[in-house]
Design a protein around this ligand. Structure first.
Ligand code: HEC
Length: 253
């Protein structure tokens, strides 16, 4: 059996009927807009999670992995609220959080601290400050930020796997009419986004347990965008401007 790729006759862009070129062009223009909005959406959803306005690796880590600083209460006690109480009382509260936010222990040991140290500001009269003098009020601030939930990840993964496959199948099918001197390069450009989808979606899951994979999320996304841009530009260029391959080299397998 011959396992090699065949170089059967297959039209280049300049050999396509005008109607098909118009259809391809419209599809590419619409998809280009879609891609732009997808980029804006990523920025809107993820930027600023780390407290800084721009989109960073840290934002991606927090989105999937959650914040290492643990709960809001803990980060407040270690940060802006640290001057409100002596260290031994702070320690007590942190131990209480780590032991599972027990209600009885709150009433016995924690509530008195809150009454003396925190009640002046956190008694519930200011709607912007959590009421830490009641069990219900303080519990809200002790929830650990564990990042994106498994059910959200399942939903977003399947949408992306189906959606991106569809997009890159269409774009790749159009791009298959392109003339490249090196056939392997053309095939690599077409295959890249699919490998990038695996890298991207796969690393969302891995980032949930291992933060360095946030870089793989970004590399996957960048590779996808890069090959989209190449296929988009080459297709439109070769359809309307490029005069076709030099005579005597007509292979387009
Ligand atoms: C003098 C007033 C004052 C006292 C006393 C005070 N806080 Fe605060 N607290 C604030 C203000 C104002 C903020 C919001 C601004 C900020 O985060 O720096 C805040 C923020 C917080 C937050 C973060 C809320 C969020 O939405 O993330 C927590 C948790 C908190 N305080 C807990 C405590 C605890 C526990 C104590 C007692 C040990 C305490 N505070 C004592 C004024 C106070």
């Amino acid at each position: 059996m011959d396992m090699k790729c065949k170089n059967n006759p297959y039209p280049f862009f300049n050999e396509l009927p005008c109607s098909l070129k118009v259809l391809y062009t419209m599809v590419l223009l619409t998809m280009g807009m879609g891609y732009l909005f997808a980029m804006i959406q990523i920025y809107e959803v993820h930027s600023g999670r780390d407290g800084k306005a721009s989109l960073s690796v840290k934002d991606i880590q927090i989105a999937y992995r959650g914040s290492k600083d643990g709960s809001r209460l803990e980060s407040a006690l270690n940060g802006p609220m640290s001057s409100m109480l002596p260290a031994d009382e702070k320690e007590k509260i942190i131990v209480w959080i780590h032991e599972g936010v027990d209600q009885k222990k709150f009433d016995d040991a924690i509530k008195p601290i809150m009454q003396t140290r925190c009640k002046a500001c956190h008694d519930g009269s200011n709607p912007h400050l959590p009421n830490v003098t009641t069990y219900e009020g303080i519990k809200v601030t002790t929830a650990v930020d564990t990042g994106v939930s498994i059910s959200t990840l399942v939903r977003v993964s399947h949408i992306h796997l189906f959606g991106l496959t569809f997009i890159f199948f269409m774009v790749g099918l159009i791009f298959s009419h392109a003339y490249f001197e090196k056939l392997w390069l053309k095939c690599a450009v077409m295959a890249t986004p699919f490998l990038a989808i695996f890298l991207d979606v796969g690393s969302w899951w891995i980032t949930k347990v291992s933060e360095p994979f946030a870089y793989a999320v970004i590399i996957g996304g960048a590779l996808m965008g890069f090959s989209f841009a190449i296929q988009w530009t080459v297709s439109l260029y070769q359809m309307w401007i490029f005069k076709g391959p030099p005579a005597g080299k007509p292979t387009n397998g």
